[in-house]
Structures are given as structure tokens and as C-alpha cells.
Design a protein around this ligand. Structure first.
Ligand SMILES: *Cc1c(COP(=O)(O)O)cnc(C)c1O
Length: 458
């Protein structure tokens, strides 16, 4: 590289780069933070300033940045080959990884279909479910064409994924482009869509799923759920037992169950996959984000023999799954995913997490003393702190206040990178973060919230 200065980089960023999920009119007013290097739990900018990576570089990083084993795996693979196609050919890392994924995911998921992003892994699951019912040879299921999804769901930004998405802010403008889907209430207990209280509701939201299924199951292909935590919605944690009950309903009504583990997979909730918490076996499972340890874009959609076999036939019967992306099964990405899973095993990552999860839980207690913290949600190393203007009424801060953004800018001044979801401050530390580093994440966040919301404690 070369031919640039730090000032020029900042200027060219404003001039040429359109950032995702970013209001560019605001963005270009602020000085961009340009990252140049990574080191363990830290991001390092072009001036050498170090920041704790409090959201795992948007929920992907697992073992820290610049991890030797991952670097080496990538270098080794590049020396063999960087890319060859999976259309009609196989490559070594994609075979080894598929076998490994089948071994570590819930039982019954025996087939792996690769792509490159969480959104595409969801598109694939939706299309597979649809085509499965068209081609299933016993029974008449051809009318099963619709999907059930949760309110506040987020499954990625391609049109199919947006169709099952339920977030007003991101999805509403595209409504005319989307296919219709049946929406059931999110298990968002702090702001229950049914106006009920968790202590006495008996999970009325599950009863609503049952009602929808009993009335419409003949037309429903699949239900898609983010297991345990609805991430982008603001870390909405489902009550214990919710996932299992929804899974059982899907089985009872002959509806495929799609687990979107893109965010929650690979240790984030304290187990390798969130479905394990409730012994749930999905019919289709979507993986991305943490699959390469946060190194390279790779995704996988796993499914059962039952689904796979519905696509078998003579080639002229056109039962083939006509779907693929050019870089599907990229060997370098698969090699990094293999190295990622090996590290989970060699470093006993899941065992090591339990102490960190408790540490976070303890540390979060003091946040309840802040006057504008309405709700604190935690599952494993996923945390959402919901800020409200008024704790008693749960009245949200108005969007104009941009309260979440102000908090994260304050945290940044003190060496922590986090990113809000509206009025929810998200903490999703790198799994390999040490407890002292986690303590710093908590302290900086606590002080930033206190300073911006204008209160110390009570
Ligand atoms: C991030 C996310 C996606 C989309 O993944 P991309 O790689 O950004 O396309 C899908 N589902 C869930 C639950 C996610 O959190």
C-alpha cells in the first residue's frame, strides 16, 4: 500500500465510502475512526489508539483479533489454492468443514449448503423449505407456501430475509417488494406486545403461535426463529421454554422449523449453539457471523436427510435445488472456519465462558441503579441495556435525542467500541476477552450511560 496519509484516508472515506446502516449526512460531519490493526480484544486505529472491541466487530469475532492459529490456517490454504468452484467440483476444506459442522450441530442436521452471508443462509433455508413441500412425494402439501416469523425479527437484508423480518424501522419501506408472512408476537417481556406480565402470562405468545398454526397449517411451509435471543431487535431474550414449545408446535402441525443461529451460534449464548439450551433439533439451521471466528465471510445452511431427499430425482425432473453463489464453499473461508472450530475444542472455549458470563451478570447489577436504565437483558455474552426517558412509564427516549449514539461516542473517548440498536446499548464482547477486560467494558459503559443520561446513580 502507501501513497496516502492519515488525513487523506479520512478524506477519502467521507468522499467514496457509503457505510451500511449509516446516515451518511451525520457520518461525514464526524471524524471517521479508521481501524488499521487488531490485537486480541483490541482494535487499533491509524494513529495507534487502542479500543476494546465491545461488540466483537459486529458480533463475529470469537478468539480475538490477529489470532495466530487462524492467521496460519488462512496462509496455509492460500498457498494451496484461494478459490475453486463448488458447482460440480469439490474442494478439501469445504468437505472437512461440512463433516465437522454435522458433528457439532444438533443431531439430525446431516447436510451442509454453503453461502457467504447470514442473509443468504436464510434465503437458502426459506427456498429449501418452500421447494421441499412442493416435491415431497407422500401426501399433498403443495399448498404449504407461507412462513411464520416473529415480530421484531431480523434475518438479514436481502429481499427474502427482509420479508420474514419484522422490524418497522429497517423493513417498512420495502413492504411493497416483499412476500407476505404471518407475524406472531415477539417474546419481548419488558414491552409485551400483548400487554401481559411475565409472572402471570403463561406464555400467551406461544398460545398465539398455536392458534395461528391450527388455523393455517395447511398453507404454512416453515417458521423461522432466532433461538433465545432476537439480536438486532435489541437483545430480546425469550423466556425459558419458549423455544422448545415453538419447536414442538412446528412438529405437531407439520411445519419446518428454521433456527437462525447466525448471531447466537458459536458460543455467544454460553453453549456452542443456542438450540442446545432447550434440546431443540431444527429442520434447518442457519450459521454465519462467528463461523470463521470473525475472519472471513462464510455461511452455512444445514438440514436433515428428510429435506435433502425431497430434492433427489432424475436430472430432467428438475428437482434440483437451483441456487448458488459464485464463491460458495470458498476454500480459504472454510479453512478459517475449521481452524475456528479446532480452537473451540483445543482451548475449551465453552467451558471457559461460564465464569465470564457470571462475571458479566454480577457487573451488570449496578446498572439497575442508573436512573434511565429500564431493562437489562443478558444471555451468555449477549447483553442489551435498554435506556428509557422514564423508568416508571417505560417511555422511550425520542429518536431525535440519538441517546444510544451519544453513549457509544462517550464510550469511544474512553477506549471502548460499542454500537447501539436504537435506545438499547449492546455489549457483545469477544469470547476470548479476559475478566479484567470485561470489567473495563462494564466500567466504561456504566460511566458513559451515567454521563449522557445525566445521572450518577440513586
Ligand atoms: C446478522 C444477522 C443476519 C444477517 O447476516 P449477514 O451476514 O449480515 O447477512 C441474519 N440473521 C441474524 C439473526 C443476524 O443477527
Amino acid at each position: 500500500m502507501g501513497g496516502y496519509t492519515n488525513d487523506l484516508l479520512e478524506q477519502w472515506d467521507r468522499e467514496y465510502v457509503w457505510h451500511p446502516f449509516t446516515q451518511m449526512r451525520d457520518y461525514v460531519q464526524e471524524r471517521p475512526l479508521v481501524i488499521e490493526r487488531g490485537d486480541g480484544s483490541y482494535l487499533i486505529d491509524i494513529e495507534g489508539n487502542r479500543y476494546l472491541d465491545g461488540v466483537s466487530s459486529l458480533w463475529v469475532n470469537v478468539h480475538g483479533h490477529n489470532k495466530r492459529e487462524l492467521n496460519d490456517a488462512i496462509k496455509e490454504q492460500v498457498e494451496f489454492i484461494a478459490h475453486s468452484t463448488l458447482l460440480g467440483l469439490a474442494n478439501v476444506p469445504s468437505i472437512l468443514l461440512a463433516k465437522k459442522l454435522v458433528e457439532i450441530t444438533p443431531p439430525g442436521l446431516n447436510k451442509v449448503f454453503y453461502s457467504e452471508a447470514g442473509a443468504t443462509s436464510v434465503e437458502i433455508a426459506l427456498k429449501m423449505a418452500f421447494q421441499y413441500w412442493k416435491q415431497k412425494d407422500s401426501g399433498d402439501f403443495k399448498k404449504k407456501t407461507r412462513y411464520i416469523a416473529l415480530g421484531e425479527a431480523y434475518h438479514g437484508d436481502t429481499i427474502g430475509s427482509v420479508s420474514v423480518g419484522g422490524m418497522e424501522l429497517y423493513h417498512e419501506i420495502f413492504r411493497p417488494l416483499l412476500f407476505d408472512c404471518i407475524r406472531v408476537p415477539a417474546p419481548y417481556c419488558y414491552r409485551c406486545p400483548k400487554g401481559l406480565d411475565r409472572s402471570s402470562c403463561d406464555m400467551a405468545c406461544v398460545q398465539e403461535v398455536e392458534k395461528v398454526m391450527s388455523e393455517n397449517h395447511e398453507g404454512i411451509a416453515a417458521m423461522i426463529v432466532e433461538p433465545l435471543v432476537q439480536g438486532a431487535a435489541g437483545m430480546i431474550v425469550a423466556p425459558a421454554g419458549y423455544l422448545q414449545r415453538v419447536r414442538e408446535l412446528c412438529s405437531r402441525y407439520n411445519i419446518l422449523f428454521i433456527a437462525d443461529e447466525v448471531a447466537v451460534g458459536f458460543g455467544r449464548t454460553g453453549k456452542m449453539f443456542a438450540c442446545e439450551h432447550e434440546g431443540v433439533k431444527p429442520d434447518l439451521m442457519c450459521l454465519a457471523k462467528g463461523i470463521t471466528g470473525g475472519y472471513l465471510p462464510l455461511a452455512a445452511t444445514l438440514t436433515t436427510d428428510e429435506v435433502y431427499e425431497a430434492f433427489l430425482g432424475a436430472h430432467w425432473e428438475n428437482k434440483t435445488f437451483f441456487h448458488g453463489h459464485t464463491y460458495t464453499g470458498n476454500p480459504v473461508a472454510c479453512a478459517s472456519a475449521l481452524a475456528n472450530i479446532r480452537l473451540f475444542e483445543d482451548e475449551r472455549v465453552i467451558d471457559g465462558l461460564q465464569e465470564k458470563i457470571l462475571f458479566l451478570k454480577e457487573g451488570l447489577k449496578k446498572f439497575t441503579g442508573l436512573d434511565h436504565v429500564g431493562d437489562i437483558r443478558q444471555k451468555g455474552l449477549m447483553v442489551g441495556i435498554e435506556l428509557v426517558e422514564d423508568i416508571m412509564t417505560k417511555n422511550p427516549y425520542p429518536p431525535e435525542d440519538n441517546i444510544g449514539h451519544q453513549v457509544i461516542l462517550e464510550a469511544r473517548k474512553n477506549g471502548l467500541i460499542i454500537r447501539p440498536l436504537g435506545n438499547v446499548i449492546v455489549l457483545m464482547p469477544v469470547l476470548s476477552m479476559s475478566t479484567p477486560e470485561l470489567g473495563q467494558v462494564l466500567d466504561i459503559t456504566y460511566n458513559a450511560i451515567g454521563k449522557i443520561t445525566g445521572e450518577g446513580g440513586k
